[in-house]
Ligand binder design. Structure first.
Ligand SMILES: Nc1ncnc2c1ncn2[C@@H]1O[C@H](COP(=O)(O)OP(=O)(O)OP(=O)(O)O)[C@@H](O)[C@H]1O
Ligand SMILES: [Mg+2]
Length: 343
C-alpha cells in the first residue's frame, strides 16, 4: 500500500504527462472528504490516506514551531520545501503559516496567493509596522494553511530596513504580536544573507536547510552556519539548525548518493531520513498556483513531502521516526559543531 516515495532510491516520477490520478490506485474515490470539500483539497486528503495512516494524527507541538528555511545558495529547493512541507503539515491537521520573505514572491505564487504590488504584504509588516494579521491570507484548497505574501516592494526592504529602529527584529515582533493559534510558521528566505534573512533568523528558533543533491552542495554553507552562530550569540539564543533536508535526489546517479553520504556524515542526526526525489510533478505544480500535494497527491514528490512533514512533527516531540520501517527509533544526541570542516 505504501509508496516507495521516501528515502534514497530511484524515485523519479513516472513519464511526464497530463495530471494523473495516481493517488487513487489503492484509495477509494468514494472516501468522504474528511477535511476539505474542494476537489483538490479532497484529492490531497486522499494522499494522506494513501500513506495508510489517515486519522492517526500527528502530535501537535506544545508551542508554535517557527522554522526558517534558509540556504543562501539559489535554487536548492527552499521555496519548494517551504510550501510543500507547510501544505503537508496542514494536511496532517496542523495550522500553518507560510511567511514569504523573498522579494521574488515564489512561495506566494506557489500557494496561489495574489501578490501584485497593491496587496498588503510582508513588506508593510517589516517596513510600515503593519500588523501581521492584516496581511495574512488563507490558502485556497488546503484547510489550516495561511500565507503572508511578498510583493515586489520587498526588494527595497533590504535597504529601507537599514535605517529603521530594531531592524533585525521587526519580523520577530510582528510574529509575537500575532494572536492566531498556529502550530508551525515556515519562513521562506531569499538566496542571500542580508537583513531579510537575519530577520527570519531572529524570529525563528529552528533553521531548516534544504540541500540539493548536486555537486558543490555544501559549498557556501559554512557562511550560513556562521551567521546562525552569530545570531544565536547576539540576538536569539534559542536559534539552532534543527533540520537538514536533501532535495532533488536522483537515485539513478552516484553523485546524489555521494552527496547524501557526505551530508549525513557531516550533519548526522539533523538530516531527515526522508529525502525529496527529483520530480517533474514538484516542478510543475507552482505554475498552477498549487503545491504538489494538491496538484498530484499520489506522486512520489507529494508522498515524500508528507513523510518529511511526519518526521519533522515526530522529531518535534522527541521521536526519531524511521520512515523505512515506520518504527520510531530512540533519539540520538549528536552534539557537534556544525560549521567545523565546512567552507
Ligand atoms: N524535488 C524537485 N524536483 C524537481 N524540481 C524541483 C524540486 N525541488 C525544486 N525544484 C525546482 O527547482 C527550482 C528551484 O527550486 P526553488 O525555487 O524551490 O529553490 P529556491 O532555493 O527557493 O530558489 P531561490 O534561491 O531562487 O529562492 C524550481 O524550478 C523548482 O520547481
Ligand atoms: Mg525561493
Amino acid at each position: 500500500m505504501r509508496s516507495d516515495a521516501n528515502i534514497a532510491g530511484p524515485m523519479t516520477d513516472p513519464v511526464p504527462g497530463p495530471r494523473t490520478e495516481s493517488a487513487g490506485e489503492d484509495v477509494s474515490r468514494e472516501t468522504p472528504p474528511p477535511m476539505d470539500d474542494t476537489p483538490i483539497g479532497r484529492a490531497a486528503q486522499l494522499a494522506v490516506e494513501a500513506l495508510g495512516r489517515a486519522g492517526e494524527g500527528l502530535p501537535r507541538p506544545e508551542q508554535t514551531r517557527i522554522m526558517v528555511v534558509a540556504n543562501q545558495k539559489g535554487g536548492v529547493g527552499k521555496t519548494t520545501t517551504t510550501v510543500n512541507l507547510a501544505a503537508s503539515l496542514a494536511l496532517h491537521g496542523a495550522r500553518v503559516l507560510v511567511v514569504d520573505l523573498d522579494p521574488q514572491g515564489n512561495a506566494s505564487t506557489a500557494l496561489g496567493i495574489d501578490h501584485h504590488a497593491e496587496v498588503p504584504s510582508i513588506y508593510d509588516v517589516l517596513v510600515e509596522s503593519r500588523p501581521l494579521s492584516e496581511v495574512v491570507q488563507p490558502v485556497r484548497d488546503v484547510e489550516g494553511l495561511f500565507c503572508a505574501p511578498a510583493t515586489i516592494d520587498l526588494a527595497g526592504a533590504e535597504i529601507e530596513l537599514v535605517s529603521l529602529v530594531a531592524r533585525e527584529s521587526r519580523l520577530q515582533r510582528a510574529i509575537q504580536a500575532y494572536e492566531q493559534p498556529l502550530d508551525y510558521i515556515l519562513i521562506d528566505c531569499p538566496p542571500s544573507l542580508g537583513l531579510l534573512t537575519v530577520n527570519a533568523l531572529v524570529a525563528g528558533a529552528e533553521v531548516l536547510i534544504p540541500i540539493q543533491c548536486e555537486y558543490y552542495a555544501l559549498e557556501g554553507l559554512g557562511q550560513l552556519l556562521r551567521n546562525v552562530d552569530l545570531v544565536r550569540g547576539h540576538l536569539n539564543p534559542a536559534l539552532h539548525v534543527s533540520t537538514i533536508l536533501l532535495t532533488m535526489y536522483d537515485g539513478r546517479t552516484r553523485l546524489a548518493s555521494q552527496v547524501a553520504d557526505e551530508v549525513r556524515s557531516h550533519f548526522g542526526h539533523e538530516v531527515l531520513r526522508t529525502s525529496i526525489p527529483r520530480s517533474v510533478r514538484i516542478s510543475e505544480a507552482p505554475s498552477y498556483g498549487q503545491t504538489v500535494l494538491t496538484y498530484d497527491p499520489g506522486s512520489s514528490g507529494s508522498l515524500s513531502y508528507l513523510e518529511a512533514a511526519r518526521e519533522i512533527a515526530l522529531r518535534g516531540v522527541g521521536i526519531n521516526y524511521d520512515p523505512t520501517t515506520h518504527i520510531p527509533a530512540g533519539i540520538q544526541n549528536n552534539q557537534h559543531s556544525m560549521s567545523e570542516g565546512i567552507q
